[in-house]
Design a protein around this ligand. Structure first.
Ligand SMILES: [Zn+2]
Length: 535
């Protein structure tokens, strides 16, 4: 691996395989021999990782490599090392703030032109940060990109990079039968037991013992020249007993199968119930075309970003939601027009990144509009603050709800068209993972963003807004007439009945009377499960 010269490389690796050390040594070597005159950026997920590395591993590494350590100027700064004339920057990739909410920025990544970047644990970095870091190489003639990570989710991060690479595997020739073996591909059959019960790495054909040191890298797709990809698991680590890997695979500690796949086998893994696939969403499509207008009562969810992603729909049955319109528009006045066209009676929109505009919009609209504030501290159903028109929502629970809605086919979509396809794709761009807080050790589920996910959040907001609208009643001429008669009866019984206002009220312009399909949202969530006040 030290000799590999490809400018773009990725390493899909098991935990504690020692690749970080390999890359640091290679980096230091390149700095010593002026391969990287502008310097090198070595990125970790967080600033804490930088400190841990700098104090705990960098020193010992230098101590073992005298030729390099003589050239490194002693500096107090944990995050910058000078090697002869060139600099090695150790940085954390976590975003430190948002500018206009559009572009994530990190003070750690600003203004450092470099010739080589190593992304260590790239799966824990946000893609915006990766792009931001890559800009630092725009003026370099060397341009080396190195990605290292334990994989996490299928076709995300390092797994996707590896899938697009030349796909190198570590191949060991069996000394007995000459078969070319790859432990990663042959697992679990490649772990066998000797008569004394000791596990060993075995040729699946003849049972001969294999030694990782006898292997070589073979590219599965040698034609792909853009990225050299390496896959190496703990099966090839001489420090790990293969029997223990097999045991963990058959009986995952704490039932955490993903952890065994990711850390030990260096494989991505997602439980089927933790990520939607595109056919889950298409399974919700019916024959109806996307509507151009609707009588309502409809609810609307809006995700705010460079574009506004809008989901409009209604509630045909108590537990069912039907989407009649999907759109990406550029301004809040477009949403206003959509709300009018679709008889929208309630809406939930993203609080960020345009808080001021969202607030103005909420105040100007004639129906209730709530701004959504994703908060981890909320552990229950959404909490509505009527006065400030805010709704606090646990992001994981909201994503669970939309997941279940699609997974159990309780969502109805129009028939497939271009917009529905974009919606479907974005609905699948979140995956639920168990994350551990490195400081507290506490574990909690979070939905990780894999790619553009605006429509999924717009759907989450729509689901919350739909709590505030009553059932949609399909109108036949007969039903329409009965409704008219019923209202007439109510009006006549009303002591304040006035022949002058009567007609106005019935056509929906009346003053004091509330329209029957105008379900009062504020009362509905206050008494969740209680009976509806009107009809
Ligand atoms: Zn063999």
């Amino acid at each position: 691996m030290l000799e590999e010269e490809a400018p773009r490389q990725c390493f899909k690796k098991g935990a504690q395989i020692g690749i970080t050390e390999t890359q640091i040594l290679k980096t230091m070597h390149g700095l010593l021999y002026s391969r990287y005159p502008q310097g090198v950026l070595y990125l970790f997920p967080t600033v804490n990782d930088v400190t841990d590395f700098s104090k705990g591993r960098f020193g010992p590494l230098l101590a073992e490599n005298e030729a390099i350590s003589e050239q490194v100027s002693s500096t107090d700064a944990v995050a910058v090392k000078r090697v002869r004339k060139a600099m090695l920057y150790l940085r954390g990739a976590r975003a430190t703030g948002k500018i206009e909410g559009q572009k994530k920025t990190s003070s750690q990544l600003k203004s450092v032109p470099v010739d080589r970047i190593v992304f260590d644990e790239v799966d824990e970095m946000e893609s915006e940060m990766v792009d931001l870091a890559l800009e630092r190489m725009s003026h370099s003639t060397v341009k080396e990109e190195i990605y290292l990570s334990t994989p996490s989710i299928c076709n995300f991060g390092i797994d996707r990079l590896y899938n697009e690479s030349d796909g190198r595997i570590w191949v060991i020739r069996c000394p007995k039968c000459q078969r070319d073996c790859c432990l990663e591909l042959d697992f679990p059959e490649c772990v066998k037991f000797k008569s004394d019960g000791k596990a060993y790495r075995a040729c699946v054909k003849c049972g001969g013992e294999l030694h990782p040191k006898d292997g070589r890298w073979i590219a599965q797709y040698p034609d792909r020249k853009d990225m050299a990809g390496f896959w190496i698991s703990q099966l090839n680590s001489i420090f790990v007993d293969p029997g223990k890997i097999l045991k963990a695979f058959n009986d995952p500690p704490n039932g955490n199968k993903a952890e065994v796949y990711n850390s030990k086998l260096a494989m991505a893994f997602v439980n089927a119930q933790d990520q939607l696939v595109i056919n889950d969403v298409y399974g919700c499509c019916r024959q109806d075309a996307m509507a151009m207008n609707h009588r309502g009562p409809c609810a609307m969810g809006v995700d705010v970003g460079a574009m506004l992603h809008v989901v409009v729909g209604f509630r045909p049955k108590e537990k069912q939601l039907q989407i009649c319109y999907l759109a990406r528009v550029s301004s809040f006045s477009d949403i206003h027009d959509i709300a009018q066209r679709f008889g929208v009676r309630s809406a939930v929109i993203d609080m960020e990144p345009e808080l001021r505009k969202a607030r103005e919009f909420a105040q100007a609209e004639p129906y209730p509009v709530f701004l959504c504030d994703y908060q981890d501290s909320i552990t229950t159903e959404p909490v509505f603050d009527e006065e400030r028109r805010l709704v606090k929502v646990n992001r994981t629970l909201a994503c669970d709800a939309s997941h279940d809605l699609i997974f159990s086919n309780l969502l109805v979509l129009p028939r497939r068209n271009e917009e529905v396809e974009i919606f479907a794709k974005q609905c699948c761009n979140l995956a639920k993972v168990l994350e551990e807080n490195p400081e507290t050790g506490s574990r909690q589920y979070r939905y990780r963003k894999l790619n553009e996910d605006h429509y999924r959040h717009a759907l989450n907001y729509f689901c919350i807004a739909a709590r505030m609208v009553g059932l949609y009643e399909e109108m036949t001429p007969e039903k329409e007439f009965r409704k008219f008669l019923r209202r007439l009866e109510q009006e006549t019984n009303d002591a304040n009945y006035s022949p002058f206002s009567h007609g106005l009220r019935i056509s929906g312009f009346g003053g004091r009377g509330e329209r029957s399909d105008y379900y009062d949202p504020l009362s509905s969530f206050r008494s969740a499960g209680g009976k509806k006040r009107f009809e």
